[in-house]
Design a protein around this ligand. Structure first.
Ligand SMILES: Nc1ncnc2c1ncn2[C@@H]1O[C@H](COP(=O)(O)OP(=O)(O)OP(=O)(O)O)[C@@H](O)[C@H]1O
Length: 235
């Protein structure tokens, strides 16, 4: 695959929540241009790591570099971040959300957003507050994927989406990512249906990276990503 430069570098990054450590000297590099899976059990530190990249949480110790600089609001025009929980405006429809995106999100491509809405079978008239979890997940994906930014950080983007739709969405993502030069980080618990998306994988446990590498190499050495997950985290 020929991955060279790193888009993101963590060096002994630690984040405390009270006495508990959300991240524990996390040391890790994410290759530029990769589609990277962030994998690990509940509470491993995946969301904390992503929030730090998006500049929404500040670490307590260690360093993090995103394209060579510290994260923060002034870097956010480079990043499309899909949080694990969203808040919407009351009374807004999918169409309103797209308009909001066009006005406020740097690099937002309106035509692509509308294409994605149609690909993901969303109704533009749908009110966002009344959406099912799967519909909401699709809308959040649209708002991120429509953006021409160098880094996408997607925290559990498939959660709540049914299996068949998930498979279709993964196929359209493979298509979309092959056309564009973006670094993409995706945390997910749905490893089976999403494995084909990834060319790099990071396994996290207790706030540390326990294994990372190019998916092709990991597969050749240790089996499928699902098998590796079981080897690392199974009882
Ligand atoms: N706001 C917070 N206040 C207190 N503790 C927190 C907070 N956010 C995260 N933590 C703790 O930090 C650790 C890492 O949490 P994080 O949400 O990053 O894990 P995760 O890997 O994303 O988990 P999941 O797969 O369940 O979404 C957990 O022990 C969690 O309880």
């Amino acid at each position: 695959m020929g991955l060279t430069a790193n888009a993101i570098v963590f060096d002994r990054l630690t984040k405390y929540y009270g006495k508990r450590r959300g991240l524990n000297e996390l040391t890790l590099a994410i290759p530029e241009g990769s589609i990277t899976a962030i994998l690990g059990p509940n509470g491993a530190g995946k969301s904390t790591m992503m929030r730090i990249i998006a500049g929404m949480t500040v670490p307590d110790q260690g360093t993090v570099n995103v394209f060579g600089r510290q994260p923060g609001w002034e870097r956010n025009h480079l990043i499309a971040y899909l949080p694990d929980r969203a808040r919407w405006y009351g009374g807004h429809t999918v169409a309103d959300a797209l308009e909001w995106g066009e006005r406020l999100l740097p690099g937002f491509n309106r035509d692509r957003a509308h294409q994605l809405v149609s690909d993901f079978k969303l109704d533009v008239e749908l009110e966002v507050e009344g959406m099912s979890r799967g519909q909401e997940a699709r809308l959040m994906l649209v708002l991120c994927l429509a953006r021409d930014v160098p880094l996408l950080v997607l925290d559990e983007p498939f959660s709540g989406i049914d299996m068949i739709s998930r498979e279709q969405i993964v196929l359209s993502l493979i298509d979309a990512f092959s056309e564009r030069k973006q670094t993409v980080l995706i945390s997910t618990h749905e490893i089976g249906e999403t494995e084909s998306l990834f060319d790099y994988a990071v396994f996290i446990q207790d706030g540390r990276a326990v294994l990372c590498g190019e998916v092709e190499e990991l597969r050749a050495q240790r089996g499928s990503i699902r098998d590796i997950y079981r080897q690392l985290f199974g009882d």
